[in-house]
Design a protein. Structure first.
Length: 308
């Protein structure tokens, strides 16, 4: 047993929470998972935790953060947000919710190209832990890093978080592109042009553009758009096979955050006049406003323009 064993609580027993717990356990830290089915209350479970990792879907983040607001935490407990989504109504990112409700504890965002099934199989992967508090990021880096999981620190949490969140919308588009067999050229164009629009949104939120060229941006975009393990990709693919959105969501195991993220993103981009053509066509497709064929034609027939 290592001498520096940490107590880690993972909140959420879904695919990602379970994979993160396995990673912590690999490093022989003491890990416990809290879910709504747990016997202990969340406050009881976190009372002795050095790190508290939230891996719930976006719809649960505020409820969980509110529960922790009234819990007695260790004074140095570090909060980790591993959710990739945007909250409807407030349009906040998970880290913005955590920061506003629990401002007194260091907050780290964990995000990267991390398909949970591959991680559960022990395949090599890398991720990013980002915080404005460098020592908190290093603390979390050491808890998760292992032979099969390489962890980088980063000082741009909002950029790291948005890379992981916004690519889910693009993965729906690319899943549909593959489902229609539109070819590798089309897919490459879609991914590359989407990265530009992700950066536009990121800059609006105050992120550093260069963050999106890293693991949590381009890295996660490539992972999610190239794997049928991705639930968001699966949704797009199923729609291209003629399934309704409801059928597509029902057939996916777990949460495809991109569906909700598309709605929130379009509200933000309408209000702030941010040009997000690929995400907008995904939104219109999911709303049933257009067919997939119309989305492809619409994207191809836009006004000609310089690349940059
Ligand atoms: N599965 C993956 O490969 C990865 C997922 N993520 C992100 O992690 C988040 C969770 O994803 P998954 O675990 O895959 O989804 P999932 O659907 O397997 O699990 C979601 C979990 O959140 C819990 N939850 C939802 N609302 C809750 C509430 N109010 N209180 C307590 N628990 C609540 C559910 O009970 C469930 O255990 C998503 O934002 C996803 O984008 C991030 C990286 C990888
Ligand atoms: O975020 C992920 C991989 O990094 C998981 O993607 P999905 O939510 O589309 O499965």
């Amino acid at each position: 047993m290592k001498s520096d064993v940490k107590n880690v609580t993972i909140i959420g027993s879904g695919a990602w929470g379970s994979a993160l717990a396995t990673l912590v356990q690999t490093n022989q830290h003491h890990v416990q998972i809290w879910s709504r089915q747990s016997q202990l209350s969340l406050a009881e479970m976190v009372s002795n935790s050095d790190a508290i990792v939230s891996a719930v879907s976006i719809k649960g983040v505020r409820t969980i953060a509110e529960k922790l607001q009234t819990a007695k935490l260790q004074p140095n407990a570090v909060l980790v947000s591993a959710t990739k989504g945007l909250e409807p109504v407030t349009r906040q990112t998970p880290s913005q919710i955590w920061r506003s409700l629990i401002p007194d504890h260091p907050l780290v965002v964990l995000s990267g190209p991390n398909l949970s099934k591959e991680i559960m199989m022990g395949q090599p992967a890398a991720t990013v832990v980002a915080s404005t508090d460098a020592s908190a990021a290093q603390f979390i880096q050491n808890i998760f890093a292992s032979r099969n999981f390489r962890v980088y620190t980063n000082s741009d949490p909002i950029g790291v978080e948005l890379g992981g969140t916004l690519k889910n919308v693009i993965a729906i588009a690319v899943g549909a592109c593959d489902g229609l067999n539109l070819g590798t050229n089309a897919k490459s164009a879609l991914i590359t042009r989407s990265l530009i629009e992700i950066i536009r949104v990121g800059v609006y939120f105050g992120a550093q553009p260069e963050t999106f060229w890293g693991l949590s941006g381009l890295g996660d975009l490539l992972a999610t758009c190239n794997s049928n393990l991705s639930r968001n990709y699966q949704v797009g693919y199923a729609i291209a096979q003629g399934k309704s959105l409801e059928e597509a969501i029902t057939n996916v195991q777990g949460t495809a955050e991109g569906v909700n993220t598309a709605n929130v993103l379009i509200e933000i981009s309408d209000r702030e006049k941010i040009n997000v053509p690929v995400s907008r066509y995904v939104y219109r497709l999911l709303q049933g406003e257009i067919t997939l064929q119309q989305a492809v034609e619409g994207l191809m027939e836009r006004d000609l323009k310089p690349e940059n």
